[in-house]
Write a protein that binds this ligand. Structure first.
Ligand code: AMP
Length: 541
């Protein structure tokens, strides 16, 4: 016997319909690319997304067509976020920080036809244009007065397209399994790979994310995604915030600490970004003596969260830290370090240590730590293995690949090394390729980095393995001192010493002005290793 309930395909258009109907006047505040702060709400974003969908239909967009979008976090980007899938298209988010070569590759590989871009990014799209023969045209997300001088030939003006429509047409409907969006992986080796989200996977993922143990958004929240919408599906915020009826603050292009602080002052209660952003903001707060009067929670993920950052937010500013783990292939969020009763009962300092874990998964995500033979490892908080994941928001196969990337039991190998504790909390110990292998043992680069940045004069640190004739590899630490500070190697080793076995301590510490980062703001160990090799670096003595 089948159930006799209604058929209600889980399509993302329903999210913006819901926000516009029941949370119509919740503000969405943007630092616009043109400069001033602009205010709108869900009702208006919904209407304009409908108009955009009509305009795209008029331009000949057909169901399943891929549409590129290179834009900062703004209200207009949210309109495109819904307008494109609402017109039956598949939105391919483009990271402007990728190299020209990578951008040309992914835009061609995904076969982007129409391409949206912010006005300041139009010159970049224009440069790429000759290498994009499949592109149909470019739509610049601004008004006529701000149309850039340099743009692809025949570029259209977004506001003119919107103004010509009435928003009266219905969304394109269809099966919830249809493609909705594409994000490419950061691809440190080989070509980036396309992850194709479905309407269903995005809706289910957002529903999982707004649960209290996860992002926990409600209509009383004001959400500011500092993480760009083009990075890993925008950490679901473009879907989960309107689903919960939350307000949003969109920080635009300027992600400097003073600009972020000003936008946080718009009443933001919860904000999300990678640790480097928070290191920068905390330094700014220290220098200026500014506080965070509205902020209640900060979500930190994308790379390991240093203890010093958690401590500063919680103890100095009274802002609760949610450490999260995820990846482009997993929609992206897979776990949150929220407090189950066992953790809530711990003394403050012990709980702080536990917050270095990436936490536990929501319903719809299954996590397992497995050994090389694919056997589950004990939940003992110490056995390290491969982190695997499965669920309706996890990739099965990359775009245009012929083989599944998930195994027969649907497990996707994340490439991360992790442990699992008795309460089901994972601790990410490393990327498997970044683990430092010394004398047959594993040293976690993340643990070394975390402890190094707890030194008062260290602003950022990267631990990498350098080849060693006897031990295979030995760890070294590359350190960026705080501005004006000159920490000694010995003082950094002394900070590490109580927390590591002797053989785990770095053989050398190098001081640099800057550590290279990837297009998504993570430390690029690949570039760092290359730089050291080019400089002919060798281990001391
Ligand atoms: P991306 O697909 O670019 O978001 O990268 C995903 C990768 O980022 C994961 O496989 C992890 O290696 C890393 N990552 C994400 N969150 C964390 C975290 N909380 N701790 C450590 N690594 C993380």
């Amino acid at each position: 016997m089948l159930g006799q309930m209604q058929d209600w395909p889980l399509r993302v258009s329903r999210i913006i319909d819901h926000a516009a109907r029941y949370h119509a006047r919740r503000p969405v505040v943007t630092r616009t690319v043109e400069g001033p702060v602009a205010r709108t709400d869900w009702a208006s974003i919904h209407l304009r997304a409908r108009k955009l969908a009509q305009a795209l239909a008029r331009l000949g967009l057909r169901k399943g067509d891929v549409v590129g979008c290179m834009a900062w976090n703004t209200a207009r980007h949210l309109e495109v976020w819904y307008g494109v899938p609402g017109a039956g298209g598949v939105l391919h988010s483009l990271n402007p920080r990728l190299s020209h070569e990578q951008l040309t590759y992914i835009i061609s590989h995904a076969e982007d036809g129409w391409i949206f871009c912010d006005a300041d990014l139009a010159p970049l799209i224009a440069e790429l244009w000759p290498g994009l023969p499949q592109a149909k045209g470019c739509i610049v997300m601004t008004d006529r007065a701000h149309m850039p001088e340099t743009a692809p030939p025949g570029a259209l003006c977004y506001e003119e397209l919107i103004a010509a429509e009435d928003g009266g047409a219905d969304w394109v409907t269809g099966d919830e399994a249809e493609a909705c969006g594409i994000c490419y992986t950061s691809g440190t080796t080989g070509h980036p790979k396309g992850v194709v989200y479905s309407h269903r996977s995005n809706v289910l993922h957002a529903m999982a994310m707004i649960q209290p143990d996860m992002l926990g958004f409600s209509s009383n929240d004001t959400v500011m995604p500092v993480v760009p919408l083009f990075h890993a599906n925008g950490w679901s915020t473009g879907f989960s915030a309107p689903m919960a009826g939350a307000s949003m603050v969109m920080p635009g292009r300027d992600l400097s600490a003073p600009s972020l602080w000003e936008m946080l002052d718009e009443g933001v209660t919860i904000t999300l970004a990678v640790p480097t952003v928070w290191l920068m903001l905390l330094a700014h707060l220290r220098e200026t003596g500014r506080a965070l009067p509205h902020l209640q929670r900060v979500v930190i993920g994308g790379s390991a969260c240093p203890k010093a950052v958690i401590e500063a937010f919680q103890k100095v500013y009274g802002v609760h830290v949610l450490h999260a783990w995820g990846m482009t292939e997993t929609s992206p969020l897979g776990s949150f370090c929220s407090f189950k009763p066992e953790m809530a009962a711990l003394p403050d300092d012990e709980r702080l240590d536990q917050q270095l874990k990436a936490g536990h998964p929501p319903f719809t995500v299954e996590l397992a730590v497995m050994d090389e033979g694919d056997e589950p490892m004990p939940w003992d908080d110490t056995s390290q293995g491969r982190l695997k994941i499965r669920g309706p928001g996890v990739v099965k196969r990359y775009l245009k690949e012929t083989n599944d990337v998930a195994d027969r039991e649907s497990w996707f190998d994340t490439g991360d090394a992790a442990t699992m504790d008795e309460n089901g909390y994972i601790r990410i110990t490393d990327r498997l390729k970044d683990v430092i292998k010394s004398g047959g043992e594993w040293i976690s680069s993340i643990d070394l980095e975390n402890m190094a940045v707890s030194h008062p004069d260290v602003s950022e640190a990267a631990a990498i393995g350098v080849p060693h004739p006897k031990w295979d590899e030995r760890p070294i630490l590359v350190v960026v001192p705080r501005p004006g500070a000159e920490p000694s190697k010995e003082s950094i080793i002394e900070t590490l010493r109580p927390h590591f076995a002797k053989w785990m301590l770095p053989d050398d510490i190098l001081f640099v002005e800057e550590i290279p980062h990837t297009a998504t703001g993570k430390i690029s160990k690949l570039t760092l290793r290359k730089q050291l090799a080019e400089q002919g670096y060798t281990l001391p003595g």
